[in-house]
Ligand binder design. Structure first.
Ligand SMILES: [Mg+2]
Ligand SMILES: [Zn+2]
Length: 225
């Protein structure tokens, strides 16, 4: 080969092969213990984010804690119907992993345990280190870390500031997170978007005001025993 000829740069293959989304507060607006498919509302940009990823050949899945089942507030059938509605609006997703247990059950799947992510990664035929987990709270990021996957936090008004501070990567919205995934790691901590990161802390993904306090408290109880 002629050393004088410039070498055409080869774009490295994106090592990310799948994205696993948290459901409530990430893909759809958080309705605590929701058993009603009619109340499923995708967050702003969710449809476009999953479309972009699929077009880029990235597998998509959902990993969701549904302790309302263990608490007797909703049935596994309720969860399935809500999941089917999410699939209608944003899917089809390649894998669904649901933990029906409560915080005291000692299961290996409830985030921040890594079980849901490991199961979904296996289902997608993807090693965990080729998986990105996108979620809205620290437990999502911790589950990703324990599974050996990457985590990108997309904060909402209920995300605690210390959880945002502790996250490896933070994006102001789903679309920014999806674009970063398509560009592949390495990523910086604060992923750039058209919307300033601070905006994610003051409005919901829909741009509407934060959910009322009672709902937020209930949502937090789900997450933090
Ligand atoms: Mg969530
Ligand atoms: Zn579980």
């Amino acid at each position: 080969m002629n050393p004088a000829r410039p070498v055409k740069p080869v774009r490295p293959v994106n090592p990310v092969r799948a994205v696993l989304f948290d459901r409530d507060g990430t893909l759809v607006e958080d309705v605590p213990y929701n058993g009603d498919p009619e109340r499923v509302r995708p967050v702003e940009g969710a449809r476009e984010a999953v479309r972009l990823l699929r077009a880029g050949g990235i597998g998509t899945g959902v990993v969701t804690n549904q302790s309302g089942v263990a608490r007797g507030l909703i049935t596994p059938t309720d969860v399935r119907r809500v999941d089917e509605r999410v699939d209608e609006l944003l899917g089809p997703f390649d894998a669904w992993a649901v933990c029906p247990h409560g915080p005291g059950d000692g299961c290996r799947c409830r985030k921040p345990e890594p079980g849901l992510i490991l199961w979904a990664a296996r289902r997608l035929g993807t090693p965990p280190d080729a998986v990105v987990v996108i979620g809205d709270i620290g437990a999502d990021m911790e589950a990703a870390r324990r599974a050996g996957a990457h985590g990108i936090l997309v904060p909402t008004p209920v995300t605690r500031p210390q959880e945002t501070a502790a996250a490896d990567h933070v994006a102001p919205d789903l679309l920014t997170a999806a674009r970063a995934v398509l560009n592949g790691p390495p990523w910086g901590r604060d992923l750039a978007g058209e919307r300033p990161l601070e905006a994610a802390h003051t409005t919901t993904g829909s741009g509407r005001p934060a959910p009322e306090r009672a709902g937020r408290e209930a949502a937090m109880k789900t997450r933090r025993p």
